[in-house]
Design a protein around this ligand. Structure first.
Ligand code: HEM
Length: 336
């Protein structure tokens, strides 16, 4: 929800109470449907047997899902946009991507482009950012030593009654290394995003005809034991040099894709994710939850499959460990 709310705020500004939640819920259902419709197995089937594309959609079991996802897409494409337009007309809109667009001269053709642009930003950013935050929490439960080290770094740099802020970032390299490792450990799009070659090409002696589907296997990159020994272990240190500097900037992470279509939201993620992770670690200890008998509930790193993966639901316990910072955080949340 946090990841989605930030992206909605940037894209559409402050929407009416209740509407933001309903759009987010709708977007979540749509993302789930797309996961069912666009699977790596189906992509392989359509690539191997291209004639399947010519068949009407009712030939496939996903037919009703496609219809429903179309309705949801139309809803998300139009409703938040129309709401912001009405806010602009009655002078209640807060600044956003859409208000910036509406404040400039535009015609219907521009509007037809702007709606999907906003929708794409929102859909591309929401689930990926949510996955990364969930993976961060999962890693903190499973690797308490990493959590303790990250909190110690924050407490050494930031006064104990202050929240960490982006100005502190340069002094907190281990936290940056954690975020790089979260992206490496379980990249949200393990097979990247499919592209097709626009022309015939030759790569490393292999001929690649025009129209070939090309995917970067991020999962293989993440499991390259030459670079990441013991790759299934969560180990932020592998992203740091001996003098505690990040080996590669976060925004160059392979999990953001490559080339012309590399994720344009990566700076946004860098700041929003850093702020969320730093705030969580500064205020809360994340631990295994306990069952009704007081026994620790074990957690395993289990993930959904598909083009976008996320951790299977897991239990964890949050305990406030700094009342002064907790007070700041609550005040910030209540002032919104
Ligand atoms: C940790 C979070 C994120 C990850 C791992 C991620 C990853 C990716 C990847 C792998 C691609 C495809 C790149 C390619 O085609 O090779 C992509 C595209 C894209 N991302 Fe992100 N993304 C994240 C967050 C965001 C956010 C927060 C936004 C918006 C605020 C965003 C907006 C986009 C857009 C608009 C595209 C399509 C770009 C294009 O086709 O030209 N992403 N992202």
């Amino acid at each position: 929800m946090t990841a989605g709310s930030i992206i909605v705020a940037v894209t559409y500004g402050d929407l009416a109470d209740g509407n933001e939640g309903s759009y987010l819920a709708c977007a979540h259902v749509l993302a789930d449907l797309v996961q069912h419709i666009v699977t790596p197995k189906k992509a392989a089937m359509f690539t191997t047997f291209p004639f399947l594309e010519k068949l009407p959609s009712w030939c496939f079991s996903a037919h009703s899902l496609i219809g429903h996802s179309r309705e949801l897409s139309q809803h998300l494409l139009n409703e938040p946009f129309n709401e912001v337009k009405a806010q602009v007309a009655n002078g209640t809109a807060s600044r956003s991507l859409i208000t910036d667009f509406l404040s400039q001269p535009h015609d219907d053709a521009d509007k037809d482009i702007m709606k999907p642009v906003a929708f794409t930003v929102y859909m591309a950013g929401m689930e990926t950012s949510a996955t990364i935050l969930q993976t961060f929490l999962l890693a903190m439960v499973l690797y308490p030593d990493v959590q303790v080290r990250a909190r110690a770094e924050i407490d050494q740099v930031v006064r104990h009654d202050k929240m960490p802020c982006l100005n502190d970032r340069a002094s907190l390299p281990y936290l940056d290394a954690i975020l790089c490792e979260v992206m490496r450990w379980y990249p949200p799009t393990p097979l990247g995003v499919a592209h097709a070659t626009a022309n015939d090409d030759i790569y490393d002696g292999h001929s690649i005809p025009k129209g070939t589907i090309v995917m970067v296997n991020q999962w293989a990159l993440s499991r390259d034991e030459d670079i990441f020994p013991d790759a299934s272990r969560f180990d932020p240190s592998c992203h740091l040099t001996v003098d505690r500097k990040l080996k590669n900037p976060f925004i160059n992470h392979f999990a953001f894709g490559h080339g012309r279509c590399i994720c344009p939201g990566r700076w946004f993620v860098e700041y929003s994710l850093w702020t969320a992770a730093a705030s969580i670690l500064a205020v809360l200890c994340i631990d295994h939850a306990k069952d009704s008998n007081g026994n620790r509930i074990e957690v395993k790193p289990e993930y959904t499959t598909g083009s976008l993966i996320r951790p299977a639901p897991f239990h964890c316990l949050f305990e406030s460990i700094n009342t002064a910072r907790e007070g700041h955080l609550r005040a910030m949340m209540n002032s919104e």
